[in-house]
Structures are given as C-alpha cells and as structure tokens.
Design a protein around this ligand. Sequence first.
Ligand code: ADP
Length: 250
Amino acid sequence: MPRLGGSGHKGRPYEPIISHFQEHEEPVEPIISVKSLTKTYRLGNVDVPALRGVDLVVQEGEFVAVVGPSGCGKSTLLHVLGGLTGPSEGQVCIDGNDFRLMSDADRTRFRRHKIGFVFQRFNLLPTLSARDNIAIAQHIQGNGFNPHRFETITRMLGIEKKLLHRPFALSGGEQQRVAIARAVICEPKILLADEPMGNLDTENSQVVLDMLRELNRTFRQTILMITHNPEAAGIANRVIRMRDGRIISD
Ligand code: ADP
C-alpha cells in the first residue's frame, strides 16, 4: 500500500491527498470515512441531538485530537466510530466496512479485531494482575497469547516490571499504561481514546501522551483522542474542533 505523502495533512480530508498519487497508484482507502452522520438520543419524550451532520475522513497513521466544549458530541462520535452505538442516520465506514451492512454480531466481532478503546477511567479488572488484564484481550480476540507482541508493547509502555501487580498497587499513570497496552495488544486498526489523561496529574499525563505519540510513530497506529489538554492537542498531527454536534474546524 502506498504511503501517504506527509501524513497528518492539515487541510481538507480526501481530495488533496488523492492528488498526491501518481496515476498508476491506487488511491488509499481511508481508515475512517463518515458521511452525514447524525445521532439523536431519546430521553423519555425528548430528543437529544448529539451529532447533527458530521463528515470526517481519517487516513491510516493519523493522530487526531478531537476537542470542543462538554456536551458537543465528542464521546458520541467516538462511540459511533467504535460501533458501541449505532448512528441515527448517515454512513460510517471503518477500514472499508460499512456499519450499515453489518449485523450487530458482525459489528461486535469487527470491533474486537479492529478497534482498541482507552477511557478516562482505566476500567481494569481489579482481581487480575496487570499482565492478565493485558493478556485477556488476546484471549478474547481468539488468537491466543502472542509473547513477542506482549513484550514489545509492555516494554514500550514501560510497565514490564509491574506486570504482576494488581491495579490497586499501580499509580494512575501506570494503570492507564496497562489500559493502553490492553487496547493495542491485538494490533487494532484504530485506537479510540476518550480523555485518556483526564484522571492523571500533569506528570503522568505527559508520560501517557508520550506513549501514545510513540505508538503512533512506531506502528503508524491510527489514533483518535478526545482531549481537553491543549498540549495533547498540540502533539496530535490534526485537531478537529466540535461544537453543537458538528465539526467546526479541521
Ligand atoms: P461530549 O463528549 O462532547 O461531552 P457527549 O457525546 O457525551 O458530548 O454528549 C452529547 C449530547 O448527547 C449531550 O447533550 C449529552 O447530554 C447527550 N447524551 C450523551 N449520551 C447520552 C445518552 N446515553 N442518553 C441521552 N443523552 C445522551
């Protein structure tokens, strides 16, 4: 697959990138393609519009920060992209797979194989060691334990000496690094991170941010990260600003 000329394009998503390719090259299919996406929650008799028409194209290897005021639809966008909730209208294509054409079971399987999640709360299983919290993801995916990948990731995230600890014996930063390891251990196509530094102090936030950047650089890991942290937004190679359920700048 041809590499993008200058990942982290800053401008409009698709057309300028295509124009970089020579005639004989196949255009690269975006890893995320969203068209006219809307999502309205129903609360009793009240409709709560969370997304009001989002168009978004992300190429493989991009590190995208999603920013905007609370309630503007950032988490909803991530949840729809991750197949955790369905859209009300519009098209969501991830790695060439149109969610509308997939059954719920197919979408769950797809999510397990292609998408990693990191949340503000680390969501580790309290009775399992760090090692088992990470390894369980490989078992759930069904491909069994991959020692090489395990070692590479835990070393990159600097948690190789903490693997026998249970979550309560780890700092917040270490717990989040374990959660990131769990999210990427199965080599997902996309890592979706919802305020991954939201529960961390400045020092640990910086460490986690550095690790995400390293994952992006080393493995060309595509990352979409919601953040309120201006430094985090500065480190991403693209910043999407949302307001009232729409993307207002990209
Ligand atoms: P953000 O992540 O930017 O804070 P959200 O996507 O969480 O925004 O929320 C967007 C809007 O949708 C808000 O008005 C929020 O109250 C509403 N909302 C989010 N989740 C639900 C839900 N499960 N049920 C009803 N309303 C929701």
